[in-house]
Design a protein around this ligand. Sequence first.
Ligand code: C2E
Ligand code: CA
Ligand code: CA
Ligand code: CA
Length: 279
Amino acid sequence: AKSAGRNTQRFFDPQMQAMVNARANLESDLRQAIHDGELQVYYQPVMNGSGTLMGAEALVRWRHPARGLVMPIEFIDLAEQTGLIVDLGHFVMRTACEQLALWAAHPSTQALTMSVNVSPRQFHNQGFVDEVLGIVAQTGANPARLKLELTENLLLGDVNETVNRMRQLKERGLGFSLDDFGVGYSSLAYLKRLPLDQLKIDRSFVSDVLSDVSDAVIVRTILALAQSLELEVVAEGVENSEQVDFLISNGCKRFQGFHFGRPVPIGEFERLHGFPSCR
Ligand code: C2E
Ligand code: CA
Ligand code: CA
Ligand code: CA
């Protein structure tokens, strides 16, 4: 590739040129979307073994005027690479905390937790701790009900700094969850070092747990490990009751997946789960 002025790259391969252009368009569209209010937060239920709602995970969606509903797989990596994730993450955190504060106002919903995904760049961004604490203070959300979901990619950064930031937020009551557990750079040493409260078993292990012996062994091992480290476990991607039975019989107490509910907009979430405001 040779440079052709600021912010543009020219390639001799037309296909590659097309990809670069598409990416640049997506980036400027996304930048616009964040400021024009095209982002929306969906909520997926987290249940216990008796099917009682324990909380929700906030998942971002992009309502593009021409493209329709755009899923995070199409824009989260780009947001991470370009730094747009900082504004995007702020929007999701604020929206989820506003919701959490509303739930706290009613006895039947006040114990619900809210899980928010935090990307490595967002977490390591200067001022992340103050930003989160600021949002919690402004929205009136109970920090003890807020869980931040981190991925193992985060550990590519300075571990001391990571632990330090986590501690500052934990002192204020927030909890931490390690997302997609088992697929990344998991090291047991890190697991011991990070002040975590929860592990989420990646759905790739859960989906084949009944047919793939090694996945069954992995899931059992994660559950046993988490129990001895006194970490709560959420099984992700639970799609049928046979998976639930297997997970329950191996000690799992928290579930998330299409079997219990898909991510949906807030109005639908509250209606599906019989919230007081919907009765
Ligand atoms: P994740 O954090 O692992 O979120 C769970 C994903 O699994 C969601 O996809 C959810 O719709 C999907 N899922 C849940 N249950 C099932 C199931 O039973 N079967 C199947 N096949 N899928 C299930 P979604 O919403 O498309 O999000 C994909 C990823 O994008 C998330 O994975 C997360 O890594 C990222 N993401 C989403 N929202 C945000 C956000 O606000 N901030 C950041 N940094 N990342 C986000
Ligand atoms: Ca997550
Ligand atoms: Ca996950
Ligand atoms: Ca497998």
